[in-house]
Design a protein around this ligand. Structure first.
Ligand code: NAP
Length: 486
């Protein structure tokens, strides 16, 4: 029988008031039930928010050095338990084990980075026109922040939100995706293990449609940090704006690479396939469109198809697997219907396009890595996020047309160009509508010490990660002290 897990509220493991649970399963083997998790209600969320609210003043008044100390201890805890956590990520999200180890490693790096941030200055002393006035700025925490996270990076994304939230003095309620609640309970166990004061971190599991509204609208919540689909994100923006709450949204992508005729085509094809297909394309920064300029189309396409056909499809627990199962049956159905729509719109399948069958493939949610061409630049498959192992190859007559195609979608998260020409590089870096720009590099794959976020419908609000996180998780205060009167 599957193990039952609880919410973590006010420093204690608790059942939801509903008395009901839901399960999460292993995408590589749908008969493997990872566990049972609390199907919480608004009232459970309210309890967690009240717990966070109750300690917000004491946490704010805790030295940021001490707050950073908890993060450093959490990093050490994760280091000591890296393999267990990585295996849990693979089992619940389907991710290839090497990538899961990398994800836990990234969570460790984030905790260490923000632990050190706790010792950094947060304000400035500024000259006043009046010599008697000491004029300075300070950064204050917001209070209680709701963190709503997706399943595709079940440990790195919660940590990249909560590490800065906590070190800058906020208290938090985490609502993870329903597909990956087990990894979230492991995050709670980490905070319990390092004796984070009760109420500072709280975990509520449950369906977004049941508990989401309370996390956003509760009057004790000062801000919401969300990562997920653009549809849900835009609704959070509207509800937050109505109530004057701060929000930060990281959403979808339709990330392009441009391949110019002077590029190293072998390298460009290798990186494009890696960006499009690893983790079966389930990264917000995954490459989804390859825009190929001039007469290199045939050679580049052949290389991409050859490399795609060589990718091993299998469970993430097998270190050889590159094409792992997608998160669930609904996602598999969505990807296959997107491919079918691409074909109906005139697309030609060059690799994959189907569902692998037989043996272990029948137990999981596998989709073949797929390359499609002959689609119009405004075709649905070439404009909308697929979140699966699907790459569209699009032709462009010249650099200018390629840039226009790249910028023609609503998203603007990550983008790349392959070329040796410096002018083309600088022009692309200047004009591409994307928050992350890669020159001769993969659209996915980021470092945590620099800001992360996109343009247009991909993001809204302040950037995440690096020094930029302070902008969202604190507010500025300006203090005038008239020394002549003291
Ligand atoms: P999703 O369906 O939007 O879910 C994200 C989170 O929102 C989950 O915790 C979900 O809970 C919750 N939610 C659902 N309905 C809600 C509601 N009405 N109110 C409040 N919260 C609600 O996205 P996903 O399928 O988990 O993740 C895939 C998407 O995330 C893709 O679009 C991808 O591009 C995006 N993503 C973006 C970034 C980035 O940094 N830009 C990074 C990773 C992923 P339930 O699971 O319970 O429904």
């Amino acid at each position: 029988m599957a193990e039952r897990y609880q919410n973590y509220v006010n420093g204690a493991w608790t059942d939801a008031s509903t008395g009901t649970v839901s399960t999460s399963t292993n995408p590589a083997d749908l008969s493997d039930v990872v566990g049972e998790f609390q199907a919480s209600s608004s009232s459970d969320v309210n309890t967690a928010i009240s717990a966070a609210y109750g300690v917000k003043e004491s946490w704010r008044r805790t030295s940021s050095l001490v707050r950073g100390g908890y993060l450093m201890k959490a990093a050490s805890y994760l280091e000591a338990n890296l393999e267990e956590y990585a295996q849990a990520v693979t089992r619940e999200s389907g991710k290839a084990i090497l990538e899961s180890r990398g994800e836990v490693g990234r969570a460790i790096a984030l905790l260490q980075y923000y632990a050190v941030e706790g010792a950094n200055p947060v304000g400035a002393v500024v000259p006043s026109v009046n010599p008697n006035i000491l004029l300075y700025t300070n950064r204050m925490p917001l209070g209680v922040v709701s963190l709503i996270t997706p399943w595709n990076f079940p440990i790195a994304i919660p940590i990249w939100k909560m590490a800065p939230a906590l070190v800058y003095g906020n208290t938090i309620v985490l609502k993870p995706a329903s597909a990956t609640p087990h990894v979230a309970t492991l995050i709670a166990r980490m905070w319990e293990a390092v004796d984070l004061p009760a109420g500072v971190f709280n975990l509520i599991t449950g369906s977004g449609s049941q508990v989401g509204n309370e996390l956003i609208t509760n009057s004790k919540v000062a801000a919401i940090s969300f990562t997920g689909s653009t549809r849900i994100g835009m609704n959070i923006a509207a509800e937050s704006a109505k109530r004057g709450k701060r929000y930060q949204l990281e959403m979808g992508g339709k990330n392009p690479v441009i391949v110019l005729p002077d590029a190293d085509l072998e390298q460009a094809a290798e990186i494009t396939v890696s960006g499009a297909m690893k983790y079966s394309g389930q990264k917000c920064t995954a490459t989804s469109r390859a825009i190929v300029v001039g007469n290199i189309m045939e050679e580049f396409t052949n290389l991409v198809v050859e490399k795609t056909n060589a990718l091993k499809i299998g469970a993430g627990a097998d270190p050889e697997s590159i094409i792992v199962p997608v998160i669930d049956q609904a996602s598999k159905n969505n990807i296959t219907s997107m491919i079918a729509r691409g074909i109906a719109d005139g697309g030609k399948i060059l690799a994959g396009g189907g569902i692998p069958t037989g043996g272990a493939y029948d137990n999981g949610t596998f989709v073949e890595p797929t390359v499609i061409n002959n689609v119009a630049t405004d075709a649905y498959i070439a404009c909308e996020e697929i979140f699966g192992p699907v790459l569209s190859i699009l032709p462009a007559a010249n650099d200018e047309e390629a840039l226009n195609i790249a910028n023609s979608v609503d998203y603007g998260l990550s983008a790349g160009i392959f070329t040796k020409d410096l002018n083309s590089v600088l022009d692309f870096a200047d004009r591409i509508e994307a928050g992350i720009v890669k020159i001769n590099g993969e659209t996915a794959g980021l470092e945590p010490q620099v800001p992360f976020g996109g343009m247009k419908s991909s993001s809204s609000g302040d950037r995440e990660q690096g020094k930029a996180a302070i902008e969202f998780f604190t507010q500025s205060k300006t203090i005038y002290v008239d020394r002549s009167a003291t």
